[in-house]
Design a protein around this ligand. Structure first.
Ligand code: 5GP
Length: 337
């Protein structure tokens, strides 16, 4: 555990609003409402109600709750800083943060992305050891017009921040929306140079999985219901599957850790990365995910290091950044041996 905690880790599947741990949510509530205000006390009471076991719908309710806290520029700015703080404290050296731009009375989708970009920039001064990239998310539960706006903002802002915005994520409740409606928008973004990370086979929907695999992606989110043939196809095409153990078990898409598809993916020697998904919502860290994977599937220290190198390879980092990440891991290994 101590080895895994100190390992300079690489996180490739993390949703911003899902990545705020209880402590960060309390810090955020306190900053926004003051620690003795009635709002803050009500907020604490609501936290405790979320402690019980969750299913996927309850998870999406929990996101709505966090979204209330980040519905002002100040809340969003501070939340971004706190999420980066939490990853940095877990010795994550590189994180690709995804987030769905939102519009409300306080900010537009453009403002939302700009606030997050500025907060990431500022966090670099406080947490210099962690490199943060941004992947705007399209929420499949929202109208296609919103997806169009998000994709065009992502393309435009990626031109202004080419080393920060590298791709687009397709996420949101997998039981809602149709992939085929979003495919043309994603195809356009890809043609403009953005990478695509797509939540795929999160629930059982073989025809959609087929469509998604035909369409292609840079990395596959979750991949819970991929068939052995699908896994083989992803392997041949060098597409990594982002495995989020705690998230899948707590949200009920996988019955137990032992039955997690990471086992099948490892047996097939396909490409995989260990990720948190929503470290706050699921009360985990990347260190914990490695510990769980190691304990459940008998991974050694070397396996965990190899998984980290695999994450470096499948990241959207520049060549120079990849070299630096590998160096950090090698230096760490040298200290331990
Ligand atoms: P945000 O985009 O607001 O920063 O992060 C939370 C959002 O990410 C959720 O409201 C949801 O749209 C998406 N999300 C987070 N975790 C998952 C997941 O496990 N599966 C899917 N499909 N979407 C998720």
């Amino acid at each position: 555990q101590q080895f895994l905690k100190g390992l300079p880790k690489v996180e490739l599947h993390a949703h911003l609003n899902g990545s705020l741990g209880i402590k960060s949510l309390c810090d955020l509530g306190e900053r926004l409402y003051g620690s003795t205000s009635e709002e803050f006390l009500k907020l604490c009471a609501r936290f405790s109600r979320f402690e019980k076991e969750m299913d996927m719908n309850a998870c999406f309710e929990k996101f709505a709750f966090v979204h209330e806290l980040t519905s002002t520029p100040e809340g969003l700015r501070f939340a971004t800083e706190l999420a980066i703080r939490d990853f940095a404290q877990d010795n994550v050296q590189y994180v690709e943060l995804r987030t769905t731009p939102k519009a409300n009375a306080n900010y537009s989708r453009r403002d939302y992305l700009q606030i997050v970009i500025d907060a990431i920039r500022r966090a670099k001064e406080t947490y210099p050891a962690i490199t943060v990239k941004l992947l705007p998310s399209i929420n499949r539960a929202e109208p296609v017009a919103v997806a169009e706006e998000t994709a065009s903002l992502a393309v435009e802002l990626a031109q202004a921040h080419p080393n920060l915005i590298l791709g687009i994520d397709l996420s949101g409740n997998p039981g809602k929306g149709r992939f085929s409606d979003f495919a043309p928008i994603l195809a356009q973004a890809r043609a403009k140079g953005l990478k695509l990370v797509i939540h795929c086979a999160e629930i059982e929907n073989p025809s959609e999985v087929k469509e998604m695999l035909q369409f292609g992606m840079s990395r596959c989110g979750h991949g819970t219901f991929l068939t052995p043939e699908d896994i083989e196809q992803l392997k041949q095409r060098n597409i990594a599957i982002e495995c989020c153990l705690t998230s899948n078990v707590k949200s009920g898409t996988v019955p137990s850790l032992e039955e997690h598809h990471l086992k099948r993916i490892m047996e097939a020697d396909a490409h995989k990365v260990i990720c948190t998904d929503d470290s706050g919502v699921f009360d985990t860290t990347l260190t914990k995910e490695f510990v769980i994977a190691a304990e459940t599937f008998g991974l050694t220290r070397e396996h965990c290091v190899d998984l980290t190198f695999e994450a470096v390879n499948h990241s959207f980092a520049s060549e120079q950044e990849r070299i630096e990440m590998v160096d950090k891991v090698a230096t760490y290994m040298a200290i331990w041996s």
